[in-house]
Design a protein around this ligand. Structure first.
Ligand code: FES
Length: 145
């Protein structure tokens, strides 16, 4: 059911933890399943993501996608990090079962929320970045309606 890469990132998640005095922190949840993800970004003066850590109170797919997402955004500029969508994360993990696709949205939204926090603190506008939602379930519900 799960790819080897998903199992690997679930069993040995990369970049778990917190960053003290992070440049940006983003937390999002999904009220439907109760899972929560927090992403910390350390961004240098050239807007390059030097480090990224996460904490997830969530299912195995949420852990694996957060782990892969942190790996993908490290070393990227904030503009490049905007391209790290949940699809990109899923592709990097060789896919997720359809019922678990929503879990990968937590990772994308948490990165966006952390970038938003960074942009707010530094009075920046990041192209394509919108104010994050605290509960991504609201969106899913809209899609279901
Ligand atoms: Fe909630 Fe996976 S079931 S994030």
């Amino acid at each position: 059911m799960y790819s080897e890469k998903v199992m690997d990132h679930f069993s040995n998640p990369r970049n778990v933890g917190e960053i003290e005095n992070a440049s940006g922190v983003g937390t999002v949840g999904n009220a439907k399943c109760g899972d929560i993800m927090r992403i910390y970004l350390d961004i240098d003066e050239n807007h390059v993501i030097r480090d990224c850590k996460f904490k997830t109170f969530g299912c195995g797919a949420a852990v694996a996608t957060s782990s892969m997402a942190t790996e993908l955004v490290k070393g990227k500029t904030i503009e490049e990090a905007m391209q790290v969508t949940n699809r990109a994360v899923m592709e990097a993990l060789d896919g997720l079962p359809p019922v678990k696709v929503h879990c990968s949205l937590l990772a994308e939204e948490a990165i966006h929320a952390a970038l938003w926090d960074y942009a707010q603190k530094n009075h920046l506008v990041i192209k394509g970045l919108e104010k994050p939602k605290e509960d991504i379930h609201e969106d899913e519900r809209r899609e279901e309606d």
